[in-house]
Design a binder for this molecule. Structure first.
Ligand code: SF4
Ligand code: SF4
Length: 331
């Protein structure tokens, strides 16, 4: 099949046709000048010039706070009924697509999370190429996670090369074919390379708890947790249960948690698995650059750069990652 192409002036027509398949969301610049994933209003275009949104697409799959169980004495525990409608995310960058690949491994593994699974199966992903800035690290230490898409758009001078990555993508391409052109397109390296790039096998050795870096980082860190909230692969959550005043009902919630907050590792009796900030920092580093649990060896940093943009202390884990990967450590 010859490469498919869509001209920039046909983008609005493409969005209109995509709306037939579900609610259409993408990067939208608000009145406050902040770019967020949000509904793309008919007659408007998403902001495809923005390099990153405030929050990654994980908010659609793992809600910041949600009820996971309701309890009544009569019916026992029951999952909340949720109507999951088809959702199309347009203009997702390769790092965020790789982030969803990571979340899939966490929430669709041996014991799939029913809420995540339902939302994920209703989600269509349309990726778009981008060019990294100084905060990104996708091009320096590429993630071993593929950027999964149903459709991929590669930016060209006056339009986009468009290709399918799944049967759902094939269906979409068929549905919009009247606004596509077949062209002999040479996709430039600098837009193609960040899709589906596979990195070398990551290092697996345990981290040295005595490295002074942990304390140096901890001394500068304010413990605000912003770096974790905005991370496309941070998925820790807390589970809270509230009993009704009638003594016969209860609700169980889950809400995003944060490994840089002191309360994250606290357990009953005032104990904590990570009492000081340096331990919490090493824990976050391990997850982002080494992986743990069933995903040991798979780093979860997909290089989006959000944590570096939002950190009020200007902290950046990349230099430490480079030193540890090279097996050298400078004090
Ligand atoms: S650790 Fe930072 S750069 Fe890496 S995926 Fe998370 S927010 Fe993005
Ligand atoms: S954003 Fe910066 S200051 Fe806030 S918790 Fe993360 S590293 Fe610490």
């Amino acid at each position: 099949m010859a490469p498919q192409y869509i001209a920039s002036h046909n983008l609005a027509a493409l969005l209109d046709r995509l709306r037939r398949y579900g609610e259409l969301h993408g990067p939208v610049r608000g009145d406050d000048e902040v770019v967020r994933f949000a509904a793309i209003a008919p007659g408007t275009l998403p902001d495809l010039s923005a390099l990153r949104t405030l929050l990654p697409p994980k908010k659609y799959l793992l809600h910041p706070q949600e009820t996971i169980l309701n309890y009544t004495a009569a019916a026992g525990y029951q999952m909340p009924a949720e109507e999951v409608r088809p959702l199309i995310l347009f203009g997702v960058h390769p790092c965020d697509l790789a982030g969803i690949n990571y979340l899939d491994r966490v929430f669709l593994g041996d014991a799939p999370d029913p809420l995540y699974a339902a939302r994920r199966s209703a989600l269509t992903l349309i990726g778009i190429s981008c060019t990294p800035d100084e905060f990104c690290s996708c091009h320096i230490s590429p993630s071993p996670l593929n950027a999964l898409t149903d459709l991929s758009l590669q930016s060209l001078a006056d339009g986009y090369a468009i290709s399918s990555g799944s049967p759902r993508g094939d269906e979409l391409l068929e549905g919009v074919k009247e606004i596509l052109e077949e062209r002999d397109i040479a996709v430039p390296e600098d837009t193609r390379r960040f899709f589906g790039q596979v990195a070398a096998e990551p290092l697996r050795q345990e981290l040295d708890a005595t490295l002074p870096d942990w304390q140096t980082l901890a001394d500068a860190c304010l413990g605000c947790g912003a770096c974790s909230i905005c991370c496309p692969t941070c998925y820790c959550f807390d589970v809270l249960e509230f009993g009704g005043l009638d003594g016969r009902s209860a609700v169980r919630l889950r809400q995003w948690d944060n490994c840089l907050l002191k309360c994250h590792a606290e357990v009953a009796g005032g104990m904590s698995f990570q009492k000081n900030r340096a331990e919490r920092f090493r824990y976050r580093y391990r997850h982002k650059f080494r992986g743990f649990g069933p995903l040991q060896g798979i780093p979860s940093c997909v290089g989006c750069g959000r944590c570096r943009v939002v950190c009020p202390a200007g902290l950046d884990l990349r230099p430490l990652a480079e030193r540890l990967d090279e097996g050298r450590h400078e004090q």
